[in-house]
Design a protein around this ligand. Structure first.
Ligand code: BGC
Ligand code: MN
Length: 325
């Protein structure tokens, strides 16, 4: 055996070890430096009530009751861990809920909110989401109604169009505030008040699936609140995004074009857990459509929705709008 072989082996080993260590360090730095914001720009917890958009649905019958209070909710530190979320709700009580709607019994709410949830073929998530969100929202002293907008065809998924359909109905029903809500997201913090602010609010800034960081600053997907008049002003969502992704980024573009801001509550009030599901098929065209829409969005949105209404069904826990696109 030649003499130099062990020495060469040792050197080789050193070289590969050094290389791997360097690579690991670079990867760790990359991971933490370039992927997401732990502490994104947000409103101060103390100033939140000045930003709230207090408006009731004129159809809500209000008896002589004191105005509801929201300070305790906004200051609440009650939170639930992702792993503690109940997976079944056999003991769920539907007290006070009718057609997906609820209003507090002993005070007059300041806010009326339509929760819009787009849906197709996710029964097991619906079964977890609906009771959970009712239990969460009934503690918030707000008037709310849950709309599930179901795409009842086999065409490509079109979330933007479904939101436009839901928004149209909620606006007809005179809701002044819309909350656009993914069915797989469950709020963890009691202080995350489901009400509109004077600007759109990205409510799900801190999701466990994304290690509780905001993955990019213009993200508005997940859960977003927006005043109904502002939704109309933006002409809602683009109807052109088919398949997964992009419609929310396009909506963020519309928000900034109309000089509205994207506001957020602090991270400790904006935590959500995401129910697991397989990744949907991505729309490869989404960046191209976004570019195209930057030049023209006036004729694509709430004012240009084509669909076939199948039915509006009032279930006790939600109102289901069934459509074919
Ligand atoms: C998609 C968005 C999505 C975001 C986070 C982006 O690439 O275009 O629609 O909300 O990723 O998953
Ligand atoms: Mn999802």
């Amino acid at each position: 055996m030649p003499k130099w072989l062990p020495l060469q082996k040792l050197l080789q080993l050193r070289l590969t070890t050094c290389l791997s260590i360097t690579l690991c360090i670079v990867a760790i730095i990359q991971f933490f430096a370039s992927y997401g914001y732990y502490n994104y720009d947000h409103l101060d917890q103390e100033s939140l009530r000045h930003h709230l958009y207090a408006k009731r649905n004129p159809n809500l019958i209000t008896k002589l009751k004191p105005e509801c209070r929201y300070n305790d909710i906004l200051q609440s530190s009650k939170t639930v861990g992702s792993s503690k979320i109940p997976r079944n709700h056999y003991d769920f009580l539907s007290n006070g809920i009718m057609n997906g709607s609820y209003s507090p019994e002993d005070c007059t709410p300041l806010f009326s909110v339509a929760i819009l949830v787009t849906y197709r073929n996710r029964q097991s998530q619906l079964d977890i989401f609906i009771p959970y969100i009712h239990n969460f929202l009934r503690k918030q002293n707000i008037h709310y109604k849950i709309y599930i907008i179901e795409q009842q065809d086999d065409k490509l998924w079109n979330k933007g169009l479904l939101y436009n359909i839901g928004a149209k109905q909620a606006i007809l029903d005179k809701f002044p505030c819309l909350i656009l809500h993914d069915i797989d997201l469950l709020p963890l913090d009691d202080s995350n008040l489901y009400a509109c602010l004077n600007h759109p609010r990205h409510m799900s800034a801190s999701i466990d699936k994304f290690r509780f960081v905001l993955i990019y600053k213009t993200l508005v997907g997940g859960v977003l609140s927006i005043r109904s008049d502002q939704y109309k002003e933006l002409n809602g969502f683009s109807n052109k995004f088919q398949g997964w992704g992009g419609e929310d980024d396009d909506f963020a573009e519309r928000i900034s074009k109309h000089n509205l801001e994207i506001l957020r509550f602090p991270p400790h009030m904006s935590r959500y857990t995401m129910l697991q599901h397989k990744q949907e098929h991505k729309n490869e065209d989404r960046h191209r459509i976004m570019e195209e829409n930057k030049r023209n969005s006036q004729n694509d949105g709430l004012n240009s929705i084509h669909y076939e209404m199948i039915n509006i069904k009032n279930h006790r826990l939600f109102t289901m709008i069934g459509v074919r696109l």
